[in-house]
Design a protein around this ligand. Structure first.
Ligand code: DC
Length: 218
């Protein structure tokens, strides 16, 4: 039996991460936040005072990413997020991180029957055969507002206009790059969370995933 794979893509602060965690927990599936791989790459580059846009430097860092780094809270800063979207545009970096993601989907840790992967290119490039593809999105203003609250909750002083501008720059880079740009797969179910809270988004996703799981078999 092939593992049951749920691919969740979408822009920053669309709610895809929360949704991915809840879906994984509800159906007892493994979960991989693939953005953490790009963040870890960026973190290694910045920690060595390197240039995230330099291909050789970024590729070397991507090859050094270790799963044990993925829970490091230092990956959550805005500086790392911006640098992550720069390293993510380098094809050699994407190639270096691809194997780990495919391996995770093909052999979900903990002997689980499947996995949820969230990112930007899971449904289009990493797992094009996923049983379920969700594309989670929201207006840029709503996403900037959510990110602002999240930053303030963590005690970071932030200004809405700056967060909105950073979000716009990151969107432009993630959508505009040539290598696996952020895009909805043609067979993805779109969930627009602009007017939804986390519970409502979860209800919609739950319905889609439960249907696919029933069709997938025990
Ligand atoms: O989801 P996030 O904010 O943690 O992602 C950080 C950056 O990593 C994002 O700006 C683009 C990149 N990324 C990517 O290119 N492909 C993925 N599958 C996940 C993230």
């Amino acid at each position: 039996m092939l593992p049951f794979v749920v691919a969740i893509d979408g822009p920053a602060a669309s709610g895809k991460g929360t949704l991915a965690r809840r879906i994984a927990q509800h159906f007892n599936l493994a979960h991989l936040d693939t953005g953490q791989l790009y963040r870890a790459t960026a973190f290694l580059v910045l920690a060595a005072d390197g240039d995230p846009g330099d291909q050789a430097t970024a590729e070397r860092a991507a090859r050094r990413v270790d799963p044990a780094m993925l829970d490091d809270p230092r990956l959550l800063t805005e500086a790392v997020a911006q640098a992550a979207s720069v390293v993510a545009a380098i094809p050699a970096v994407r190639r270096a991180l691809l194997q780990f993601q495919r391996e995770f989907a093909a052999h979900p840790p903990g002997g689980r029957r499947g996995a949820v992967l969230d990112g930007r290119d899971i449904g289009t490039a990493v797992c094009p055969d996923a049983a379920v593809k969700l594309f989670v999105t929201a207006s840029r203003e709503v996403r900037a507002d959510r990110r602002l609250r999240e930053l303030r909750q963590r005690g970071v002083a932030a200004i809405y206009q700056n967060v909105l501008q950073d979000m716009g720059e990151r969107d432009a880079r993630d959508e505009g790059r040539r290598a696996a740009p952020l895009a909805a797969a043609s067979d993805a179910v779109i969930i627009d969370t602009t007017g939804l809270d986390a519970d409502q988004a979860f209800e919609r996703a739950l319905e889609v995933v439960a249907r696919a799981l029933a069709a997938h078999g025990p």
